[in-house]
Design a binder for this molecule. Structure first.
Ligand SMILES: C[S@@+](CC[C@H](N)C(=O)[O-])C[C@H]1O[C@@H](n2cnc3c(N)ncnc32)[C@H](O)[C@@H]1O
Length: 174
């Protein structure tokens, strides 16, 4: 009984912390759907051994899918505590080698990334554009789910498909 109460208390604290982080960042946890991930991987031209970043990786699904399908070295950053725990569970279940860090990606260097995926809100993306321009090496590919990254010029845009419910996908090259 006491153990159950401790578990409920820990879960409640993590839930509140996650809600507060999401509110502060104004980026809620909304996972990318399976068919959207497949569309992204189809267009991303990922190559074996490349370093693939998901900035705000949620439960790690995009990292795990990219690693499984394209054998990339997948690295994700997630700052919401409960969501990060979901990512660790998903990683363990899928026996993935992806690296999932409990960190704010704005404090991390992006120079090692070959491909960066993000599903973030426009204001955060605009701030990210400056960091990308400063740190990413030439040739780095950036993919944004749903929102254009103001400050970068897309090389390819896959328009929203009402029928398949695939949102607009933006591709950039540094
Ligand atoms: C819309 S969800 C997308 C999750 C995942 N990328 C996907 O496509 O399924 C955005 C995630 O980014 C996380 N996030 C937002 N800003 C962050 C930051 N500065 N550092 C780390 N994680 C961040 C949020 O906590 C949230 O889980």
């Amino acid at each position: 009984m006491e153990l159950l109460l401790v578990v409920i208390l820990i879960f409640t604290i993590l839930f509140i912390a996650t809600a507060l982080v999401s509110l502060a960042l104004r980026v809620p946890y909304v996972p990318t759907k399976k068919r959207v991930m497949q569309e992204i991987i189809k267009h991303a031209q990922l190559k074996k051994g490349q370093t693939f970043f998901d900035l705000g990786c949620g439960d790690g699904r995009m990292l795990i899918e990219a690693e499984r399908r394209k054998h990339v070295q997948a690295i994700g950053y997630e700052i919401a505590p409960l969501v990060y725990i979901f990512a660790l569970i998903r990683k363990a279940i899928s026996r993935s080698k992806a690296t999932i860090k409990f960190k704010n990606f704005f404090h991390e260097n992006l120079e090692n990334a070959d491909v960066i995926f993000c599903y973030l809100m426009p204001a955060e993306l605009q701030k990210l554009a400056k960091k990308i321009k400063k740190e990413c090496k030439k040739g780095t590919c950036i993919i944004s789910n749903t929102f254009h990254i103001k400050g970068l010029k897309p090389t390819k845009v896959i328009p929203k498909n009402e029928k398949t419910k695939i949102p607009t996908l933006y591709f950039y090259k540094i």
